[in-house]
Design a protein around this ligand. Structure first.
Ligand code: ADE
Ligand code: ZN
Length: 322
């Protein structure tokens, strides 16, 4: 058995971003939508940089129209994750892509996704929880609608609220209303920061929005005071090394700051972000980290423990998965 065979906890996975290109092509074929512009000749997603990635992502989302599409997508994602050893996963679900922020529609999408998650739990032995996510470049008003959807469906299954999208748009604090609304509904909080934004974006996420986890957060390494603050506050980073390498933040795994953040006492975890876009899987992330930093089974067991402790699930679920 290698480290890549270990059971894995994944905290940072975008539901639509986990859609295999073949799945999106099949839906496009069924719906007679021409999406040929978003694929390379070898069938993989085609993008040049982060901004282009976001537009290809949204183009792919255009064929994910109905709750049934999301039911099928959820099964496909969980089968693939389970095949890579993932036993517990949290996915980012955006009301913007599931009914456009309308609460009644959102409930229908959610029912379909949960139905698929139940089926997958029985078939593939993987547990899924949902983190409702607003999209930063869609602006604060849409984020409020997403937060209201999140608040209305908060519970054992929708356990968190977060924000993805283009970090260059606005400030974290512009989304304070949405995060406060979600917090008041009992949801746990995370936001993307320190991916394409610098350390100040991570500081704002923690101080202005009061999140307990940060999506990526890796650029905190550029400010050692902030690194110590993250360690002291016990903030967990949802690190996605393969995503960062493909999007050009670091030239390769060996140059990635995950090991330095960990050595500085920051709680780091490992996820794939949008695996088919970044040609990765949880198994590959483990293999690349073992190769780059010499991490062994004990290191990965500790990493998984950190992830499970930071998971937005109840204690009963945590105990069952552990
Ligand atoms: N949405 C999907 N993937 C993302 C990423 N890596 N950063 C920000 N928003 C995203
Ligand atoms: Zn992400």
């Amino acid at each position: 058995m290698t480290v890549a065979d270990l059971p894995k906890i994944e905290l940072h996975l975008h539901h639509e971003g986990a859609a295999p290109p073949a799945f999106i092509r099949q839906l496009a074929h069924e719906k007679k939508v021409d999406l040929s512009g978003i694929f390379k000749p070898d069938g993989s997603y085609d993008f040049r940089d982060f901004a282009h990635f976001l537009s290809v992502y949204e183009a792919a989302c255009a064929v994910l129209k109905t709750p049934e599409d999301f039911r099928r997508l959820t099964l496909a994602i969980l089968e693939e994750s389970a095949a890579n050893g993932v036993v517990y996963s949290e996915t980012f679900l955006s009301p913007d892509f599931c009914g456009g922020g309308d609460l009644h529609a959102w409930r229908d999408y959610l029912a379909a996704i949960q139905d698929a998650a139940d089926e997958a739990e029985g078939k593939f032995e993987i547990t899924l929880r949902g983190v409702v996510t607003c999209v930063r470049h869609f602006g604060p008003d849409k984020a409020k609608r997403s937060a209201l959807c999140a608040a209305e469906t908060a519970g054992d299954w929708i356990t968190g609220f977060g924000m993805g999208g283009n970090e260059a748009m606005g400030q974290q604090a512009d989304f304070k209303w949405a995060f406060d609304c979600a917090r008041e509904a009992g949801l746990r909080l995370t936001t993307h920061a320190g991916e394409f934004g610098g350390p100040e974006s991570v500081r704002d996420a923690v101080r202005a929005l009061g999140v307990e986890r940060v999506g990526h957060g890796v650029r905190a390494i550029e400010d050692l005071d902030l690194v110590h603050e993250l360690a002291d506050r016990g903030i967990t980073l949802e690190v996605c090394p393969g995503s960062n390498v493909v999007l050009g933040l670091y030239p390769d795994f060996a140059a990635h700051p995950i090991a330095r953040l960990r050595e500085a006492g920051v709680k780091v975890t490992v996820s794939t972000d949008d695996p088919p876009f970044f040609h990765t899987t949880m198994r590959r992330e483990y293999e690349m980290l073992a190769q780059a930093f010499g991490w062994d089974a004990e290191d990965f067991a500790a990493l998984n423990d950190t992830a499970l402790n930071a998971a937005f699930c109840d204690e009963e679920t945590r105990a069952r998965v552990r």
